[in-house]
Write a protein that binds this ligand. Sequence first.
Ligand code: NDP
Length: 294
Amino acid sequence: MTTLAFLGLGAMGDPMAAHLARYAAAHDLNALVWNRTDWKAQAHARAHGSRAVTLEEAARADVIFTCLPTSVEVSEVLGGMEPQLKRGAVWVDCTSGHPQAAPAQRERLAACGVTLLDAPVSGGTAGAQAGTLTIMVGGPAEALEMVRPHLAFAGKVVHVGQSGAGFAVKAINNALLGVTLWATGEGLAVLARSGVNLGAALEVINASSGRSNASQNLIGQRVLTREFPATFALGLLAKDAGIAADLTGEVRGSAPLLAQTAALLRAAERLVGADEDHTAALKLIEQMNDLELK
Ligand code: NDP
């Protein structure tokens, strides 16, 4: 019987693993879960019918999913599993990882007979709960075809290239989120200082050419309401924009806007707080303009 294991039951991993458990039950497969803080895995098992296991047991699965903060934690977890890994298995890393980490990760796994797919996801916690995430996959196409039926949390799956390409696309996507979020915050701060009502301004922008995901789905709902619900940490967005800046350097590209956004998000992470919601980055713009966006 095919065994699927999901490691990392955070804001994203918990609902993703819930879809996997439901899919496994419907197809007579085993669904294992592991989390550093064990009670969350036990709670997942009770709520969704998965089985909470040790890392050693998870290592013997046919398909291993990870959704951890960065490639550093994936590498640490992998270190505890290498001796037990099953030859022929596929490791699907849904972490928003670093493209420069992919070769070492791939080679360590290849030495154990395991194929790596970098498969970061987009769609937020709402997409994870709905099972409609976009997955951008780097790595061998044959391995993707093997695991494709098991991607129970996906709305869209795109093979974007070789190993590391998924991580690269994810970093650039999130850098673009950072650019539009920050730029829209700046624009609204200027309008607020001009005495314009921000709800009315956002209504216009959202029906005009300046609109974006940030203006349509984030700023009105999270910033103007002052709610800032923490679903995607500012520290993680700053990390992703930093990866995009690293990638620019690695390919000797020229992307000053992305570099500047990465630096601004790093400053916001430090001054506003890494665990705050990513939209709280706009609190730094508020300080710079001595006002609140509301
Ligand atoms: P969370 O902080 O909610 O969860 C992190 C998970 O990683 C937890 O299960 C945590 O375990 C585990 N973890 C942290 N450090 C370690 C470690 N040293 N060893 C083992 N496990 C560890 O993060 P998210 O779920 O929000 O994000 C996960 C990934 O998904 C990130 O790469 C993020 O950039 C990406 N992402 C997030 C989105 C979002 O909207 N939140 C959207 C798309 C991608 P524990 O419970 O013990 O703390």
